[in-house]
Write a protein that binds this ligand. Structure first.
Ligand code: 5GP
Length: 192
């Protein structure tokens, strides 16, 4: 029988560097796949439907939700996000690791439904660095950027209070953080 893969949850405030960490994990960990989330957020320039996200209308999202298609779902600064359940379960059965880059509300749902998952929260080295990274990547209009920054403290507090995250890593130097996260995953895989 194939050994089940490891479900890896990466959360953290917008601008903490989650996406860079996830990309490195996918490139460096064998048999590791990305879970394509469904969202009602409009695509950013360069985002291709079906790659980082599947972009849908709110009514399509709600239909999928009613049909029980999501492993978890949440609302984040005015948009819905959800993880399709089927592809995650199939990949795990095939022995692949699956990376979910999701917010704390989603992390809490996954902790309940799949307690054997590895849940890691990424922190920025400081509040100033978070602002600088978010401003520097120029993906958000001023109003969205302000909302995301306002959200950050609450997300960090919720992550700590929820007790759902076993690991908190400070993403100062990306390569070092990736090594740390890889060690955590390898250690957790040997446990299961
Ligand atoms: P962004 O709009 O910057 O791509 O993502 C905004 C937030 O939504 C990030 O914290 C990201 O991790 C989270 N997110 C992305 N996909 C999902 C998902 O499927 N479920 C949940 N709960 N959060 C998600």
């Amino acid at each position: 029988m194939t050994k089940r893969g490891c479900l890896i949850v990466i959360s953290g405030p917008s601008g903490a560097g989650k996406t860079s960490i996830c990309k490195a994990l996918l490139a460096q960990l064998p048999d590791t796949v990305w879970s394509v989330s469904v969202t009602t957020r409009p695509p950013r320039p360069g985002e291709v439907d079906g790659h980082s996200y599947r972009f849908v209308s709110r009514s399509e999202f709600e239909e999928k939700e009613r049909a029980g298609e999501f492993l978890e779902s949440a609302e984040y600064v005015g948009h819905r996000y959800g993880t399709p359940r089927g592809p995650v379960e199939q990949a795990l059965r095939e022995g692949k690791n699956v990376v979910l880059e999701i917010d704390v509300q989603g992390g809490m749902q996954v902790a309940r439904k799949m307690p054997q998952s590895v849940r890691i929260f990424v922190l920025p080295p400081s509040a100033e660095s978070l602002r600088a990274r978010l401003e520097g990547r120029k993906t958000e209009a001023a109003e969205q950027l302000a909302k995301r920054l306002a959200e950050a403290d609450g997300e960090i507090a919720m992550a700590r209070d929820s007790g759902c995250y076993t690991y908190f890593v400070v993403n100062d130097i990306l390569d070092a953080t990736v090594e740390q996260v890889k060690r955590i995953v390898e250690q957790e895989r040997t446990k299961s």
